[in-house]
Design a protein around this ligand. Sequence first.
Ligand code: PEP
Ligand code: MN
Length: 280
Amino acid sequence: MSNSNTPYPLASIENKQRPSGSDAPLFLIAGPCSVESEVQIHSIAKEVAAAGGTHLRGGVFKPRTSPYEFQGLGAEAIVYFSEAAKANGLKVVSEVMDLDQLEQIQDYVDVLQVGTRNMYNYPLLKALGKQRKPVILKRGFSATYKEFILAAEYILLGGNEQVILCERGVRSFDSHTRNLLDVTAVPALSALTHLPIIVDPSHGTGLRHCVEPMACAAMAAGANGVIIEAHTSPDQALTDSKQTISTSKLKGIFNKLISIRGVINAGENVTTRDEDHKTA
Ligand code: PEP
Ligand code: MN
């Protein structure tokens, strides 16, 4: 480890090289905002797998702004969610908001998600550091890059090296979009940390028609993948319907993202990222 005074020695780019080119991980994650039923998650899993997805996302514990809105089906849904993913060769991504939820679902999940509202939940981050499954850490909706990386550092400090950062948009002055997707976060964070960075164009925009273009923008900026809300009947989705795309669109989007990644990787030979880091 470097002796410099970085505030986040484990997450720092000075600690480890950022994998690039074909060594860089690629996360093509899709699925519903909420797991709604066994039938729903099985049919979505099939579509995500057919589109070339790597992971199936779905919330069983939903962090809703209003306590009167659907809060998710709870831990019992994780069993058939996990079966649906496995039957289709996908890994399971699901959110936990506290230690009790972590205990309830961790055996059924491949990747644990920390949502934007819990990026500052330090007891949760510490608990996720003690277990050994990868964690998708979403950026707090008003978090600076430094706060974001320091939150990841909490997990790394527990000995869990598998943290994936997720840019999911920040609050802005314009309510036309749900959030302002900060695509700059991808190259900016890439210069600061070796951790993989994915982008959530669904929560980042809140608008179905913006999901594909912003997924492409994220990939062009050098992201390690995306997490997209998709449903077989998006208009009927119980949560986040307005930003949920049809699973029928996924294959086209994933193929585009892979092509964009190819273009970006070809460019690696021209401008090395190391040169950029020296001036960052
Ligand atoms: C989600 O992924 O379903 C979610 C609630 O995301 P965020 O925490 O980014 O709002
Ligand atoms: Mn959602």
